[in-house]
Design a protein around this ligand. Structure first.
Ligand code: SAJ
Length: 462
């Protein structure tokens, strides 16, 4: 039933009577829908992907590893949370939240999914309703595209419709906790839209919520992820410096971080995930178009995306030296973009595995969370995956790997010399060597490798 214009949105948000719809039931849309439903609203969770909705209707979720999500679905589904692939169910919504992806295209951001969702939202929201965009927006999208689109429907923002940008900033792996406890920003052009969005988010966010203008909100979201990408790139650059100077980055990092104002992150085989690999580029492109070339942000992206290629080359070189010029068999352990998250988007495992295959090696893959192989051979049992390997390559810091029994792994491998490549600094070098591996890692000299091989051979023969 279409509500009448005079009905006050503020009242129905306060009383939790507002009908809320969320377009996009992925990483952010689903947990956000559940939290709003848990707060007492009736929430329609729409997704274009019918299979995903079918799974949700059965109580299944691709985010089952995210603490609390499965329980919330069982508690709320059919009562306060209604998953749907029918847009008609959203008709007359008081609030529509857009949480669809904003991927990077070849030469710039691809906002087509956001625009399609906005078109739908404008058709479906009730007059005088609120539309909130959560999807990451490139700078100026709100002013240059979203607002003109809304006004093009003959709607005056702040009178006929309310509109806000509220970018998500929760960490995969800890989504529910961060959505509730992280500080939030809201971008709006009129006071009432900002206040209405704040009222809605206050129903489940425990931290501060600050209202600003949409461009600031767009840039803040991108700056946060660029900051992290640049900082990881710094750690990765120090790792590369340590490799050529014959040092161990672990020692350098540990001692540097004792300084009260130094907080170096953990270097590794690469930076993956959908956010850090694109958000810095969104900022870069926008700045470049407006006359300033942000070299630091661009170089950080370059350093981070070069890492998996660098280590594929190193491993190829070491294996060939060990095998008298021949290629070998490599067991890649972990393919998700980070530990304990079943997400392979932009994972550094992909270029790493593909490079090794292109260099002629046989690549076997094991991951406890996903059955993905990037062209290698997936093996569902770790012992089976490693049994004839010349090298084990740990690419992801899954908890299962951190506490693995290295000596047991080594005993299971039917080779005289086996390399353990530690792409995430998971192991203590001496423990790996005592277990009988030739230990190679990010941020450590490869120079004295022959010497170390002799030492290991000796140990292993004993
Ligand atoms: N990584 C390192 N070294 C580190 C930390 C991370 O190499 O010290 C690697 C990880 O292995 C992974 C990648 O970086 O491959 C990204 O992981 P992450 O945990 O740093 O971040 P994401 O991509 O899972 O989530 C980020 C978060 N942004 C920030 O912390 C500023 C999250 O809060 C955002 O909500 C999310 O992006 C997003 O959706 O934008």
């Amino acid at each position: 039933m279409k509500r009448v214009l005079v009905e006050d949105l503020e009242t129905v948000i306060k009383s939790k009577e507002a009908k809320v719809s969320v377009i996009g039931q992925g990483y952010i849309g689903l947990p956000t829908s559940l939290l709003i439903a848990k707060a007492g609203f009736s929430v329609y969770g729409y997704d274009i992907n019918r299979d995903l909705i079918k799974e949700l209707l059965l109580g299944k979720t691709r985010l089952a590893k995210e603490k609390g999500i499965k329980n919330l679905i069982s508690e709320l589904k059919g009562k306060k949370y209604m998953p749907t692939s029918r847009l008609e169910d959203l008709i007359g919504s008081d609030v529509i939240i857009i949480a669809v992806p904003t991927p990077k295209g070849r030469n710039g951001p691809n906002i087509s999914m956001v625009l399609e969702a906005l078109e739908n939202a404008l058709e479906l929201v009730r007059t005088g309703g609120l539309i909130v965009v959560e999807s990451t927006l490139p700078p100026r999208t709100f002013y240059d595209i979203i607002i003109p689109e809304v006004e093009g429907h003959g709607l005056k923002i702040g009178r006929d419709i309310f509109l806000a940008y509220c970018p998500e900033r929760a960490l995969p792996g800890n989504l529910l906790h961060e959505l509730v406890n992280n500080f939030r920003i809201i971008g709006a052009i009129d006071e009432r839209s900002g206040q209405l969005a704040k009222l809605l988010y206050s129903s489940f966010v425990k931290a501060d919520i600050e209202i600003t203008d949409p461009l600031t909100a767009e840039v803040v979201k991108l700056v946060e992820n660029s900051y992290r990408d640049v900082n990881i790139a710094f750690a990765n650059e120090v790792a590369r410096i340590c490799e050529v100077l014959g040092l161990d980055v672990r020692d350098v990092r540990r001692l540097s971080n004792r300084h009260p104002r130094v907080h170096m992150l953990v270097p590794g085989i690469g930076v993956g995930g959908s956010c850090l690999t694109k958000d810095p580029l969104f900022l870069f492109w926008a700045s470049k178009e407006n006359g300033y070339l942000p070299e630091l942000i661009r170089n950080a992206r370059g350093i981070n995306s070069e890492m998996p290629h660098h280590y594929a080359m190193i491993l190829d070189d070491i294996i060939r030296r060990m095998n008298g010029g021949s290629t070998g068999t490599i067991a890649v352990l972990g393919v998700t973009y980070k530990g304990d998250v079943p997400d392979i988007r932009e994972s550094p495992a992909e270029p790493f595995v593909k490079d090794l295959i292109n260099r002629g090696h046989v690549v076997k893959i094991y991951d406890p969370l996903v059955k993905f192989s990037f062209g290698g051979k997936y093996v569902s049992d770790i012992m089976e995956a490693i049994k004839d390997a010349d090298a084990l390559a740990f690419v992801t810091d899954h908890s299962e790997f951190k506490f693995i029994d290295l000596a047991k792994l080594r005993r299971n491998i039917n080779k005289r010399q086996v390399i353990l490549f530690d792409g995430r600094l998971l192991f203590d070098p001496s423990e790996a060597e005592e277990a009988g591996f030739i230990y190679v890692s990010v941020g450590r000299s490869f120079g004295r490798l022959e010497e170390r091989m002799i030492k290991i051979n000796h140990l292993y023969e004993i």
